[in-house]
Write a protein that binds this ligand. Sequence first.
Ligand code: FES
Length: 83
Amino acid sequence: MWAYANSCPHRGTPLDWLPDRFLARGGRHILCATHGALFRIADGFCVSGPCAGAHLRAVETERRGAGIFLAEGRHRNPQMPLG
Ligand code: FES
């Protein structure tokens, strides 16, 4: 299971425009609140904005009990498909 780091590849600022609000209108892309870059949800690829062509950093997560936690030290190559 994967999640994206809350950090835009353009300037490293948080993506959310309100606490825990990440999706652009329509819910099809992740929106960077700082300069409006749009990222595909499926693989974190930036489809428009100042970092077009870059990827969000995906990190592996694991379920422990009722919570979901980052798996220590596990980062994926942004070019690899999620799975
Ligand atoms: S910091 Fe995200 S688009 Fe500029």
